[in-house]
Design a protein around this ligand. Sequence first.
Ligand SMILES: [Cu+2]
Length: 182
Amino acid sequence: MRKQAIFVVVAVMALVWGAAASAQVGGTAATRLRAFDEVPAISAPGAGHFSATIADDGSAIEYHLSYFNVEGVVAQSHIHFAQRGVNGGITVFLCSNLGNGPVGTQACPTSPGEISGTIHAGDVLAVNSQGIGAGELFSVLRAMRAGITYVNLHTDQFPSGEIRGQIVFTPNPIIGSIGAEE
Ligand SMILES: [Cu+2]
C-alpha cells in the first residue's frame, strides 16, 4: 500500500515536471555557416555565424547573422526546415535582394555583412509539403529544438545556397521547481 502511494506521488510529479519542461521553449540557438554544409557540398571559402535568442514564451526569435569571404553576390538568406544533409522549404526570410520576400523583408548587405532582426509568428511561411502552416512559429521552434532547421545564404554564383549551417538549440536552464511556473 505504502509503495503504491509513493508510486502515485512520483508519477504525478513526473507528469507535472514533464508539462513544465515542455512549456520551456526559451533558449539560445546558433550555427556556423560554411560551404561544406551545402547539399551537395560546395568548395568555397565563405563562412558565417548565426545566433539567436528565443523568448521563454515562444513568441519571438531575436537573431544576428554575419558572413564573410562569400564569393558570389549575396542574394537572399532564410531559415529552412530540414535535417542535416537534406534540402527543405523556406520557413523564414532573414533578408533578400530579390524582392521575393514578405513585406518588410530587409535587404542583404554585400559580403562581409551582418544583419539582425526579430522573427514573430507572422513571419513564418507555410511549407505545405512538409506540414508547416503559415504563422506556425511554434512548429519552427519545435523543429529548431530538434535540430531540424538550418540557415542558408544564397548568392548569384550558388543560387541554391553558398554557405549553410544546421541550427543547434540550447535551452535556458529551468528556473525554480514544481509550482514555480507562472
Ligand atoms: Cu534559403
